[in-house]
Design a protein around this ligand. Structure first.
Ligand SMILES: Cc1cc2nc3c(=O)[nH]c(=O)nc-3n(C[C@H](O)[C@H](O)[C@H](O)COP(=O)(O)OP(=O)(O)OC[C@H]3O[C@@H](n4cnc5c(N)ncnc54)[C@H](O)[C@@H]3O)c2cc1C
Length: 603
């Protein structure tokens, strides 16, 4: 439960964070978990520590049956039905609890994380969100309990990022009773043990594909390729699936004809934020293992954790994990609150859930990119801290690094998600859902005006950091606003600019989320309890300012010249200027000393 009741005034719309200030008391943080949520977290953690972590080696041996067994056990505990309404056999819990389960179940093995995500997110969710009452009654209770498992078959050899270009066909039978589906799907997670596929196919020459619920029955023209030989997630079943005149009753069409692309994309929105959730506990575990090793490993007669070079790494790893947690749970609660508001306004559960998640599609893409890249860096530095042992398959870092790599590719590649985040924001602005135009105009006017030479009072905790965030938002508006004006409807052709703008957007959301979490906690628990969290917020922001400076400059140079360019570069300098530069080495020491003293990820 939130500490404040949300209404349409204090709950921002998706993407609106870039033009509005969020108050610390309005963000949800992991420290706001209810007793019920904490119990859920502890029981999932206990399950993973008991059932998954000790078997890490077996997960490297392509033991697909082990993943299936873990999934079945998770089903028995109710963990597969956390997000499923009670009337369909689930626990009917809110979005935050759903994220929390996804977070803690995913930390020990990428194979389990992938199987869980594919089943609960993209394998089950499309039916709960778009299914008819009959479809939901027939399939969801089985999927929610783990009696059946689900998979999601969108990708084809010729249709990856361009998902709507699939060639799989669905032909209506002469008696109008069933569709006959033929085509080839590839990279299908859970294919080896699933009972249902959500299959996307094209009817006649429709512009958009259509979704179907297809039961996995080999006697009905369904065959599987061999297990793919993959870099990581070795015990996650990934196969090609061939459909040859597979008969699917017409009542198994999901949503309307031609609605499949929309369903596929909305399922991916949920999948994306959950993938961010799935990248959190992995980071905590890697950091904990890395610091344990660093405290034990002696070189030059001292533990390697006493070296500044190692402290630097631990501090950066912990900071990213803290920031990722802050932003993931902030967005999850916004989604939960939006769903609650829609229910209050009379929407059906299905519609409220659908629109609630869709509203925050920008944040879902931002989180997917940020967390997948942080877990990659975290595991990479984990290997480095272990030195030669890090490269050995006998130590936990090697498989963590390989498992983490997939998160930048599936659920939409990070390139696609970067471009989507800015593209969706521009679309929202055009629809009038987020006013970018007036704030962008205000920034343009400010650029032409004389800057204030007053010295602001930054004595209050994190006040300079918050002022910095406000200025960084102006950088985004300046860059994205000018690019949109310059390129108009052709903006999407200018991918390098879009990617630069996306990086600015991502850094702002992540940095702001950590600062607000820390401010909220400092206010209620006391500033002295948040010493390291303050340092992490400041350290992250410092890097964010650097990234934003580089990306904004790159974009400005690409689309402007002359006086306009000079004005924007001066604006960039003004909007990225600290009054008091932080001492980065000291911040890192503060953070790493805590991690080292606690011998675990302690935040
Ligand atoms: C282990 C694994 C599990 C998977 N599980 C599933 C599953 O369960 N169900 C399912 O349907 N799919 C699944 N996938 C497929 C996955 O979603 C796709 O691999 C992914 O969407 C990328 O598609 P692609 O591989 O065809 O790459 P491509 O689309 O060919 O992309 C190749 C490169 O080009 C870039 N690119 C592509 N288009 C553009 C563009 N317009 N602009 C700029 N850059 C672009 C990409 O970012 C990428 O870097 C899985 C994949 C893997 C590897």
């Amino acid at each position: 439960m939130s500490t404040t009741e949300k209404n349409n005034d204090n709950l921002l719309r998706g993407g609106q964070f870039i033009v509005k200030e969020t108050k610390a008391e309005d963000v949800f943080t992991p420290e706001d978990f209810t007793e019920e949520q904490k119990m859920m977290r502890d029981s999932v953690k206990e399950f993973v520590d008991r059932e998954v972590w000790p078997l890490k080696e077996r997960f490297e041996q392509h033991d697909y049956a082990l993943t299936e067994e873990i999934m079945r056990k998770a089903g028995e505990m109710g963990l597969l039905g956390v997000a499923v309404p009670e009337e369909y056999g689930g626990l009917g819990m809110g979005f935050v609890t759903t994220m929390l389960v996804c977070d803690y179940i995913s930390g020990a093995s990428g194979s389990v994380a992938t199987a869980f995500g594919a089943h609960t997110g993209i394998g089950t969710m499309p039916i709960t969100l778009y299914g008819t009452e009959e479809q939901k009654k027939k399939y969801v209770p089985k999927l929610a309990t783990g009696e059946w498992f689900g998979a999601y078959a969108l990708t084809e050899p010729g249709a990856g990022s361009d998902a709507n270009s699939g060639k799989t066909k669905a032909v209506l039978s002469e008696d109008g009773k069933y569709y006959s589906i033929s085509g080839q799907k590839m990279w299908i997670s859970n294919a080896g043990f699933c009972n249902t596929f959500i299959v996307f196919a094209r009817i006649e020459d429709d512009k958009n594909i259509t979704g179907f619920i297809v039961e996995n029955d080999p006697s009905n023209g369904i065959s599987l390729g061999e297990e793919e030989k993959k870099l990581g997630i070795h015990s996650s079943s990934t196969r090609q699936v061939f459909f040859s005149e597979t008969k699917v009753p017409v009542e198994n069409m999901l949503g309307e004809r031609g609605e499949g692309f929309k369903i596929a994309m909305n399922a991916l929105n949920v999948g994306r934020i959950k993938l961010a959730g799935a990248g959190l506990d992995g980071q905590r575990r890697v950091i904990s293992k890395a610091v344990e090793y660093a405290n034990e490993r002696i070189q030059f007669d001292v533990p390697i954790s006493s070296f500044g070079a190692i402290k630097l790494k631990l501090a950066e790893m912990a900071t990213n994990a803290y920031v990722d947690e802050s932003a993931s749970y902030r967005a999850a609660k916004d989604i939960e609150d939006r769903i609650a508001l829609r229910l209050k306004a009379g929407n059906s559960h299905q519609e409220a859930e659908l629109k609630g998640v869709e509203e925050y599609a920008i944040e879902c893409s931002i989180l997917k990119v940020a967390v997948s890249e942080d877990i990659q860096n975290c595991t990479d530095e984990g290997i480095q801290i272990y030195g030669g042992m890090g490269y050995s398959a006998d130590a936990p870092m090697e498989s963590a690094w390989r498992d983490a790599r997939i998160t930048r590719i599936y659920e939409g590649t990070n390139e696609i998600n970067r471009m989507l985040s800015v593209g969706m924001l521009v679309k929202k602005a055009m629809k009038g859902h987020v006013d970018l135009l007036n704030p962008a105009q205000a920034v343009a006017d400010e650029l032409m005006g004389i800057p204030s030479f007053d010295t602001p009072d930054y004595s209050e905790l994190l006040s300079e950091e918050k002022a910095m965030i406000a200025k960084l938002k102006k950088v985004f508006l300046m860059v994205a606003g000018s690019a949109a004006q310059k390129y108009g409807t052709e903006l999407e052709e200018h991918q390098q600019t879009l990617i630069a703008a996306a990086d600015i957007l991502i850094e702002i959301y992540m940095a702001e989320s950590a600062i607000l979490r820390t401010e909220k906690n400092a206010k209620r628990f006391g500033e002295d309890t948040q010493k390291e969290q303050i340092a992490m917020s400041q350290l992250y922001l410092y890097h964010a300012v650097d990234i934003i400076t580089v990306k904004a400059k790159e974009a400005i140079l690409s689309f402007s010249e002359g006086d306009e360019q000079r004005a924007m570069l001066m604006g960039l300098k003004r909007f990225t200027k600290y009054q008091n530069m932080p001492n980065i080495a000291e911040l890192r020491k503060t953070i790493s000393n805590k991690v080292i003293a606690e011998n675990t990820y302690p935040f």
